[in-house]
Write a protein that binds this ligand. Structure first.
Ligand code: NAP
Length: 349
């Protein structure tokens, strides 16, 4: 009986106190605003302003991430870049005989592009072009093929590239993919002079000179827009110790792509593909959560072609790149990658 009475009284007490909370809070706030110094109010306002900007920035990027990977679908690039004439529209792909380049060639052939490959080994080029033609015909397209045997590590002058482009003058090139590369890896001090030169010539000069030589052709096409895809690497987004030669040429490629994306926006779509790990002959490791097969990587890159200045490809690779940039300082990155490269390259010796 007694305990019930006590309970009732307690509830009544809470209810009466609840009524008083707003009055109490108002008093407290008024008192505080009188006591908070002006400097603290200014600092708090500045912090809230920058906090709000950061929140907006993160929200914008998150929306972009979800849109890119889960809403934006495949594109018909042939419809976008094909000429208005009946003649074939060509995709020229450097290093189209293997790995990522070969997969791009197959994907574009399946959309209707005729394929021209620039690589070193003629027998291999001919056999891969037959394979590409076969894949295209299964997708319902009769395509033409062409090739140039060229070793980019021996093309030192811009005139060499002008000559290559001249030899392709009969083709209506609507899409150029600069992809060929085999940069030397390992401690920069231990690379031979020949390795450094080959990397710089094949991976840096090729991209700059071939694009420079091909641009007038892409710009002068009467019909629609043209496409230019630059296959770089995520390792070009920071000075990657242990892979420094690769890292510097990839950063050059990325800058070139991003700059041209804006300069040429009226006529040519330019996208820089900051590729993550892909299983190929140069990265001969089994696939895992972050390391994908070439068809997965190229599908994601072609989805973003002309839509974004830079793409990392799949959502996993974009997430991996974002986490590295967000959670690792440059010193930690240096240590992790340098130690990793030492393990990999010292073990291989
Ligand atoms: N695989 C990855 O994990 C990865 C990651 C990031 C970025 N990437 C980039 O993706 C691109 C393609 O790499 P990949 O892994 O697909 O390589 P890949 O399987 O070794 O294929 C390289 C292609 O480039 C050609 N090539 C190499 N050196 C050449 C030269 N000096 N002159 C002419 N052609 C040459 C090769 O053809 P021939 O040997 O027949 O001449 C081959 O068709 C490279 O730029 C690479 O840096 C790859």
């Amino acid at each position: 009986m007694n305990s019930n009475k006590v309970k009732v009284n307690k509830i009544q007490l809470y209810q009466t106190n609840l009524d008083k909370i707003p009055i109490y809070l108002t008093r407290k706030l008024t008192m505080n605003s009188e006591t908070i110094p002006l400097s603290a109010v200014i600092i708090l306002s500045i912090l809230s302003f920058f906090g709000a900007i950061k929140v907006l920035n993160v929200t914008y990027r998150l929306i972009g991430f979800f849109y890119r990977h889960f809403i934006r679908g495949n594109q018909n690039l042939y419809a976008r870049y094909a000429g208005t004439q009946q003649a074939a529209t060509w995709a020229v792909i450097t290093g189209g005989t293997d790995g990522i380049g070969l997969q791009f060639a197959k994907d574009l052939a399946c959309q209707g592009f005729s394929i021209c490959i620039l690589a070193r080994n003629e027998t291999k080029i001919i056999s891969k072009l037959a394979e590409i033609k076969d894949v295209a015909s299964k997708a319902g397209h009769v395509i033409q093929t062409a090739y140039e045997v060229v070793d980019f590590s021996k093309q030192y002058h811009i005139e060499d590239y002008a000559a290559i482009v001249q030899r392709l003058s009969s083709l209506d090139v609507g899409f150029l993919i600069c992809n060929a590369g085999a940069a030397a890896v390992g401690d920069f001090t231990n690379l031979t002079n020949e390795q450094v030169e080959r990397t710089l010539v094949a991976d840096a000069l090729q991209y700059v000179y071939l694009i420079k030589a091909m641009l007038p052709r892409l710009l002068l096409r009467e019909s629609q827009r043209s496409g230019l895809l630059i296959v770089g690497s995520g390792l070009g987004s920071f000075p990657c110790c242990g892979w420094l030669a690769l890292s510097i040429v990839k950063s050059l490629q990325s800058f070139l792509g991003q700059g041209l994306n804006y300069e040429l926006r009226h006529k040519v779509d330019v996208t820089s593909f900051e590729c993550g790990e892909v299983v190929t002959q140069t990265n001969n490791n089994p696939p895992n959560f972050f390391r994908c097969m070439p068809d997965v990587a190229t599908k994601a890159a072609l989805r973003d072609m002309g839509k974004d200045a830079v793409t990392c490809g799949t959502w996993r690779q974009e997430f991996r790149m974002w986490s590295r940039k967000t959670f690792m300082t440059i010193n930690i990155q240096n240590k992790v990658f340098y130690d990793l490269s030492r393990d990999m390259f010292e073990n291989k010796k």
